[in-house]
Design a binder for this molecule. Structure first.
Ligand SMILES: *Cc1c(COP(=O)(O)O)cnc(C)c1O
Length: 350
């Protein structure tokens, strides 16, 4: 049994669920587990609030920090669902391993997470597009600035109510200078530092009128790899193409779900390297039909145009886009409004 210390107050009445900014409001409770004396301790649930951490803790100096992003949904019968949560569990441990952080036990993860979700169930609103965004993370808390892995950590889960947000126009810039990941590096891990390193180049791209950067490989900048913090898909003619997973590309749950759905929907799908050159040629010949990003936050994010070395390209507006078909199919599975042939839904049972 996980110990629960209940919050004496709730913020739910003060929360405007019709006007949520992504990731700004957090629910009343959080899950914490400590790694101490060589092992993870049973998680506890506490009122959401600040932590007290020694200023010399490794997380502040050496960035020993990893995280995950997942969602919980409520269907028409008030049942609560998650989408492929075992994938996030496995991935946070893969990320941890790369950052020399001890792996977290599966029963602690699922018991802690499900206990927290049941306690916060009123924060999960019904309706297509409403969800509770779940942010598990691990930080190195041991005091001391010696450059070595910490012996103490915290594994925590916090939750934030979210609406499906229509990201609007997303124009992207193909990166010809900056990179987000290197061979043998941490690009495949959801390491906090990967995000910190993206902010500056993304700001520069924003000044040029783009919302995101499409990251290219660090060696040649000839291969297109990820769109901002999403995986990226290209449609040339009727064919869908995405880059293969590598140590530079994050193995997105949405990405692998789209690949599986494409097969089921009889959409020709190629998982292979994508060159800047072929995308420019396809755009010039009119064969480039779509580009879209995939990720838990927006599910599928259509890209309306891109820039390469100062030249801008617009993508056509399609009535019957793959992006729309994937988003609709995936969301219906997530909200228990459609068959789930792959067994992706996971019920959080009372
Ligand atoms: C989280 C993330 C994704 C998307 O992964 P999902 O599991 O689909 O949410 C893609 N790329 C990067 C760099 C990410 O951090």
């Amino acid at each position: 049994m996980i110990s629960i210390e209940k919050s004496s107050q709730t913020k739910i009445d003060k929360t405007d669920f019709d006007n949520l900014t992504f990731g700004q409001v957090f629910t009343d409770h959080m899950m914490i587990s400590d790694f101490k004396d060589g092992e993870w301790h049973e998680p506890v649930i506490k009122p959401y609030g600040p932590l007290s951490i020694d200023p010399s803790a490794r997380v502040f100096h050496y960035g020993q920090a990893v995280f995950e992003g997942m969602k919980a949904y409520k269907d028409k019968d008030e049942k609560i669902w998650m989408f492929r949560p075992e994938q996030n569990f496995e991935r946070i441990n893969a990320s941890s391993k790369r950052l020399a952080i001890p792996e977290f036990p599966k029963d602690f993860f699922f018991n802690g997470l499900e206990t927290l979700l049941k306690l916060e169930k009123d924060w999960i609103k019904q309706g297509f597009g409403n969800s509770l965004y779940i942010r598990p993370f691990v930080i190195a808390t041991e005091a001391g600035v010696s450059a070595s892995p910490a012996k103490e950590y915290k594994f925590m889960i916090i939750c934030s109510p979210a609406q499906s947000y229509y990201s609007g126009e997303v124009r992207v810039k193909f990166s010809d200078k900056f990179s987000r990941a290197a061979d043998g590096g941490v690009g495949f891990a959801k390491a906090a530092g990967n995000y910190g390193a993206q902010f500056y180049p993304t700001n520069l791209a924003k000044e040029e009128g783009y919302q995101q950067i499409v990251w290219t490989d660090a060696n040649s900048h000839e291969y297109l790899e990820e769109a901002g913090t999403m995986n990226i898909f290209f449609r040339i003619g009727d064919k869908l193409i995405t880059a293969p997973i590598s140590d530079r590309i994050l193995d997105g749950v949405t990405r692998k779900s789209v690949i599986a759905l494409a097969e089921r929907m009889n959409i020709p799908m190629e998982v292979r390297k994508v060159t800047v050159q072929e995308i420019l040629e396809a755009a010039d010949s009119g064969n480039l039909k779509e580009m879209f990003g995939s990720g838990t936050a927006t599910v599928i994010n259509p890209i309306t145009g891109f820039g390469n070395k100062g030249k801008n390209y617009d993508l056509p507006k399609l009535e019957d886009s793959y992006a729309h078909a994937f988003k609709d199919t995936l969301m219906k599975i997530q909200y228990n409004e459609a068959e789930d042939p792959f067994g992706w839904r996971y019920e959080v049972k009372e």
